[in-house]
Unconditional design. Structure first.
Length: 398
């Protein structure tokens, strides 16, 4: 009887999109088990690939344009319209205008990167007749709280002298007043739904500056300045709009973009899997497989906080299925994942190397890693250790 395997990975940030990851894993498996019955369900969580995945799943259309990138220059971007009947719903991902992939490593500074291009994507969707807008948050290269996005749509962020703030999270330290009088009036007629990581908050010890700032190039000093900037931003929003956003669920998504979308545009924030799984269903596939393989760029202590491998494991464990993660790298406290439904994990790296080299060679490394994983699984079957259960206490996803 052929082994039945579900491959349900996320993309590898700055390297491979989810469908490419699934293809590489499948190739590695087939080197060992050419007769394996493989189902591929590449997943997105609001980051890179979100728009294309939902457009493809619904038979929609994709539209290309140029917007302002996170470091201020023009970048090629896109948004889409979902297929089907009902309201004309645009779909876009912030990563297509302000993603980390669009910020060259030599100039990564979250004090100055901007979400202005995200606002331009929203405006383009409105110009194209959108009656609803679905926005994916993830893989950001910014930490401006969505300030640039709001400015692109007519929101004025002013200092004590009444001058418009510049772009970037560092500018928020000067914020004194928020003026919504020139905000694009079409926003009041359009429902905006946001798919975001529900665990990310704007401010505090677990706020977006401290948790994700270093990944975007922030030094310890920069992290503290960003935290102070977002606290100033939160204070202005509470004072003038009446919303306390400091620890609002999802408010820290994409460098605080969730906060800007909700407080300044009236968008509704959703746990991203409540949105994604409406279009990319994997539960029905779990009834007819023996093994689940998922993946992400890095598995670490943050993975149980809303990352795709943890969500896949949560669903797979309802069917008592074994779950293996193939990751680009294994980060700090990755073994915590063994308590949340993941049975094993492995890195694609074969030897120490520079990050740029790993990214360039990711398809080959990933395919080889999938082959190694499958050979180990077959070895385990030969040892006939099915009666031995590893000791672990399974915890709910938090």
């Amino acid at each position: 009887m052929s082994l039945r395997i579900l491959i349900a990975p996320s993309g590898f940030k700055e390297s491979l999109e989810a469908d490419e990851v699934a293809d590489c894993i499948a190739q590695g498996i087939q080197r060992v088990l050419p007769d394996a019955k493989i189902e591929k369900a590449p997943l997105v969580d609001g980051g890179e690939g979100f728009t294309k995945a939902l457009v493809t799943a619904t038979g929609g259309t994709l539209h290309h344009l140029t917007v302002t990138g996170p470091v201020g220059g023009p970048v090629k971007s896109h948004f889409g319209f979902l297929g089907g009947t009902g309201a004309k719903t645009a779909v876009l991902e912030m990563a297509a205008a302000a993603g980390l992939r669009l910020v060259p490593r030599s100039v990564r500074d979250p004090l100055v990167t901007t979400t202005y291009g995200v606002g331009e994507l929203i405006k383009a969707a409105l110009d194209a007749g959108a009656e609803g807008i679905l926005i994916g948050c993830g893989d950001s290269g910014t930490n401006d709280g969505g300030a640039g996005m709001a400015q692109a749509l007519g929101v004025h962020l002013l200092d004590a002298d009444g001058k418009e703030l510049g772009r970037g999270g560092g500018e928020l330290l000067k914020l004194d007043r928020i003026d919504l009088s020139d905000r694009d009036p079409r926003l009041e007629q359009v429902q905006i739904d946001v798919a975001c990581n529900w665990h990310n908050v704007l401010c505090g010890q677990h706020g977006v500056a401290r948790v994700f700032g270093p990944q975007k190039g922030a030094s310890p000093e920069t992290v503290e300045r960003l935290e102070a900037s977002l606290e100033k931003y939160a204070g202005a929003i509470e004072r003038e709009i009446g919303i306390n956003v400091r620890e609002m669920s999802g408010g820290g998504a994409s460098g605080g973009l969730g906060t800007g979308l909700h407080a300044l545009l009236g968008a509704k924030l959703h746990s991203r899997y409540d949105i994604v799984m409406q279009y990319l269903e994997i539960d029905s596939l779990l009834h007819n497989v023996d093994l689940v393989i998922t993946g992400e760029g890095c598995i670490d202590l943050q993975t149980p906080r809303g990352k795709i491998p943890a969500e896949v494991a949560r669903r797979a464990k309802k069917h008592n299925l074994p779950v293996v993660v193939i990751a680009g790298t294994i980060g700090k406290d990755a073994d915590v994942n063994l308590r949340y439904g993941i049975d094993s994990f492995a890195s694609i790296l074969e030897a120490p190397c520079e990050l740029d080299e790993a990214i360039a060679n990711a398809p080959e490394l990933l395919t080889n890693a999938a082959e190694r994983v499958m050979r180990l699984i077959l070895l385990g079957q030969k040892l006939n250790l099915s009666s031995i259960e590893p000791k672990k206490e399974l915890l709910p996803i938090f």
